[in-house]
Write a protein that binds this ligand. Structure first.
Ligand code: RFL
Ligand code: PHB
Length: 394
């Protein structure tokens, strides 16, 4: 058995775990990051694309923003499309200059892994049989096996950054957690295509055949999503059928539609809202998707992971610098206020833009009226813009 000792044991090397390890490193706090997947898998997993202004600011201020500033695509507006017309929301104008940046989660994770490796601090991929224990004592433990050898990390605190399916939240006694959840009766079929984006900004579209989203990853790669059935069989979606459906749902009467190109990735994403409260049990702190999930329509998941670990890092620094645990005690409540606002926004965007099988003709007319209002009222557009570009982290 190999024994290790660290200050913070971090489970999961997604955006939450890696960014936390980085922020702690900057403050001279030691950590070990354990990840059950391979480095390549973690980097190649296709997920988020939209960073809020404050996530960009956090990356830049903490010294991992150089490539993001160079390659990220700053977007000052988005389009809402319905009835064959695209309506632009000028987010920067409505929010005194705030914007979003399109930069793939793959790139964020790549930059954070590079930064971690440069510090020489441990980051262990492909660990197995991970378990967390004794977090109700002053010396919690993480156990796992790595390269065939059992390991034990003793630490001051555990950060559960192991995503929705991870083991950290599941290790907390059910009686100590309150769970809030909604599962939506639809999913997203997402593709990446080698095609130059035909529009400079994202297009969220509601069509009678369902939701569609036009996004991008680079000047030569388009990212597109279609609302589909929750149990959709990907093998039923030949490339031609995907393009026809995207054309039907996205093309507008001014002749705009997405450019086509070779499809290089396809996947289905379920839609769920989920919150576990509190985000702490003893010396185990949950952050990111381990504690909460939002449907992707609001583009909030990765950004919430960033704001959680920012709060956690600040609280841990206070603990080590001044022996004061007030911020650790306030961590869950502080995060949850922002999380619930993002839940509200993501739920609202999702219900405004998807065709629900439960909706009747009244609901469909009301949805169009909602879009008509949101794209016509400066007050409504301002509310959308301030939420989409991100509410303050403090
Ligand atoms: P992650 O990214 O799931 O990372 C958790 C890590 O923990 C590992 N793990 C374990 N490690 C050790 N031991 C165990 N027992 C473990 N179990 C699991 C996992 O392998 C993984 O590496 O969670 P984190 O760090 O909290 O980050 C959250 C974000 O990944 C997520 O919220 C976003 O991807 C959500 N999301 C979006 N968020 C945005 O902010 N903007 C977007 O535009 C956006 N678009 C999206 C999205 C998510 C999507 N999918 C596929 C779910 C679009 C899509 C399609
Ligand atoms: C993406 O580019 O993957 C993306 C963009 C906006 C969303 C969700 C995903 O709301």
């Amino acid at each position: 058995m190999k024994q290790l000792r660290t200050q913070i044991g971090i489970v999961g090397a997604g955006p939450a775990g890696l960014l936390l390890g980085h922020l702690l490193h900057l403050e001279g706090i030691d950590s070990v990051i354990t990840e059950n997947r391979s480095r390549q898998y973690v980097i190649e997993r296709v997920r988020a694309g939209v960073l809020e202004q404050s996530t960009v600011d956090l990356m830049v201020q903490s010294g991992v923003g150089a490539r993001l500033l160079k390659e990220g695509m700053r977007h000052e507006g988005i389009y809402l499309s319905f009835g064959g017309m695209r309506h632009r929301i000028d987010m920067a104008d409505l929010t005194h200059g705030r914007a979003i940046t399109v930069y793939g989660q793959n790139e964020v994770v790549t930059d954070l892994i590079d930064a971690r490796i440069a510090t020489g601090r441990p980051l262990l991929f492909e660990v197995d049989e991970v378990a967390v224990d004794s977090f109700d004592t002053s010396e919690p433990v993480i156990r796992f096996s790595h390269e065939g050898e059992p390991h034990e990390i003793r630490c001051d605190f555990i950060a559960g950054c192991d995503g929705f399916h991870g083991i950290c939240r599941q290790s907390i006694r059910p009686a100590d957690l309150r769970i809030y959840e909604r599962v939506y009766p639809f999913a997203w079929l997402g593709i990446l295509a080698h095609a130059a984006p035909s529009c400079d900004e994202l297009v969220y579209s509601l069509h009678d055949r369902g939701f569609a989203l036009f996004s991008m990853r680079s000047p030569s790669v388009t990212r597109l999503y279609l609302q589909c059935e929750p149990d959709e069989d990907l093998s039923r979606w030949a490339d031609d059928r995907i393009w026809e459906e995207l054309d039907a749902r996205l093309s507008t009467s001014d002749g705009w539609r997405p450019n086509r190109g070779e499809i290089i990735q396809k996947g289905i994403t379920g839609m769920r809202s989920f919150v576990a409260e509190p985000m702490r049990s003893g010396r185990l702190f949950l952050a990111g998707d381990a504690a909460h999930i939002v449907p992707p329509t609001g583009a909030k998941g990765l950004n919430l992971a960033a704001s959680d670990v920012r709060n956690l890092a600040i609280a841990l620094v206070a603990h080590y610098r001044s022996g004061c645990d007030q911020l650790l005690d306030e961590y869950s409540d502080k995060c949850l206020r922002r999380i619930w606002k993002a839940q509200r926004f993501s739920y609202w965007m999702t219900s405004m833009l998807h065709r629900s099988p439960e909706a009747n003709s009244f609901d469909r007319r009301r949805q169009i009226a909602e879009l008509d209002y949101v794209t016509g009222s400066r007050a409504a557009m301002t509310s959308l813009a301030e939420n989409y570009t991100g509410l303050p982290m403090d």
